[in-house]
Design a protein around this ligand. Structure first.
Ligand SMILES: NC(=O)c1ccc[n+]([C@@H]2O[C@H](COP(=O)([O-])OP(=O)(O)OC[C@H]3O[C@@H](n4cnc5c(N)ncnc54)[C@H](OP(=O)(O)O)[C@@H]3O)[C@@H](O)[C@H]2O)c1
Length: 338
């Protein structure tokens, strides 16, 4: 008989109300996979894009989904069972992961549930000194920061450019993080600080106190001041927002500096960048258990921390998505499953 669990499932694309908390079959385990009893899962922008059927993409790129599907990539929990060939994890281990991303980008990785199956290569032991809520907030945001700023860690083709992204040394560099209050941004500030960069954080005013506490030595409230008016000569700018007028960052970067985009689509400053010797680069985050192991050491000793914007139960996933749609997120929105 199929074992059942509670999960948040989609039967159609749409707004937050399409998220249904209901019974679903527990995932079956393939060889090399681990069944995780989810204690907490966190929200990331791709969860919202998929819930909405990737409406911002041209129709031919949108997912041809098989419903029902279960959203969610980021999870922290306890190993409930191990599949064949799994030697590095045992039942009872506390673990965290970003699950099958981008492999399951268009069909959902299944983290908004009581149980999720995870390839063992994507798992790491949860940092023991932080709780499941904080650990669940880390994977996608922290791996994005790690792969942009510290180590790429794979040789998969880059969907955004013809060359592999290559992080640069940050020691002693002047670094600006745009979107610094969000999931990616608040961890980018801390990782750059840990790497001994001097960090300028750009965000709306409500994030100033937090970002100074996390290590920013300069804060720019973008709702009041444009970056170009008050700052320049950065070695590296990481834009963790995207959207309109991404070319404006070029004017605050030193010749031969670096401009990183988490959302590169829409940038049209390639010629100016080439003229000034500025490297413009992006990449797509990929699941990586070994890197989560390294990140876990920094989370465990308090070098970096995950800030929780808000917490909801798994059954309240729809309300959590409503919160996410309002924007101005500070850190991470998490779902408590136990
Ligand atoms: N390339 C990749 O693999 C990859 C990986 C992860 C995420 N991403 C993308 O990266 C982006 C950020 O992800 P996230 O998880 O950090 O999102 P998030 O948690 O929603 O954070 C976004 C932050 O941007 C701030 N913001 C909004 N408009 C802004 C503006 N004009 N200037 C400066 N800050 C602004 C928001 O707060 P305030 O307005 O209050 O400052 C918020 O804190 C998303 O678009 C996501 O799709 C890409």
């Amino acid at each position: 008989m199929t074992e059942m669990m509670k999960a948040v499932r989609l039967h159609e694309f749409g707004g937050p109300s399409v998220l249904r908390y209901e019974n679903a079959p527990r995932p079956a385990l393939a060889s090399g996979e681990v069944l995780v009893r989810v204690h907490a899962a966190s929200l990331n922008p791709p969860d919202l894009y998929l819930r909405d059927g990737y409406r911002a993409l041209p129709p031919e790129w949108r997912p041809n989904a098989t419903f029902p599907l279960i959203l969610g990539t980021d999870v922290s929990g306890v190993v409930a069972a191990t599949g064949e060939q799994v030697t590095q994890f045992s039942v009872g281990d506390e673990v965290y992961a970003m699950v099958r991303f981008p492999d399951d980008l268009m069909k959902g990785s299944g983290a908004y549930a009581e149980y999720v199956s995870v390839p063992a290569s994507e798992l790491a032991k949860k940092p023991p000194k932080i709780d499941h809520l904080q650990a669940s907030g880390a994977p996608m945001s922290a791996l994005t920061v790690w792969q942009f700023l510290v180590e790429l860690g794979h040789d998969a083709p880059n969907p955004f450019q013809s060359f592999p992204h290559a992080p640069i040394p940050l020691e002693g560099k002047r670094v600006l993080i745009n979107g610094a209050g969000g999931g990616v941004g608040h961890l980018a500030v801390q990782v750059a600080k840990w790497k001994r960069a001097s960090v300028t954080a750009v965000a709306s005013g409500k994030h100033e106190v937090l970002l100074r506490e996390l290590g920013a030595c300069q804060f720019i409230n973008y709702t009041k001041t444009s970056i170009e008016e008050v700052a320049q000569d950065f070695d590296l700018v990481m834009d963790a927002v995207g959207g309109a007028n991404m070319e404006r960052f070029l004017s605050v970067i030193k010749p031969a500096g670096v401009l990183l985009f988490v959302n590169p689509l829409g940038f049209s400053g390639q010629e100016e960048a080439a003229r000034r010797g500025i490297t413009v680069s992006s990449t797509q985050v990929r699941s990586n258990g070994a890197q989560l192991g390294e990140i876990g050491r920094l989370l465990d000793d308090g070098t970096i921390r995950v800030v929780i914007d808000s917490m909801f139960s798994l059954a309240e996933a729809s309300a959590a998505h409503q919160r996410a749609s309002q924007g101005s997120i500070q850190g991470k929105i998490v779902l408590k499953a136990v």
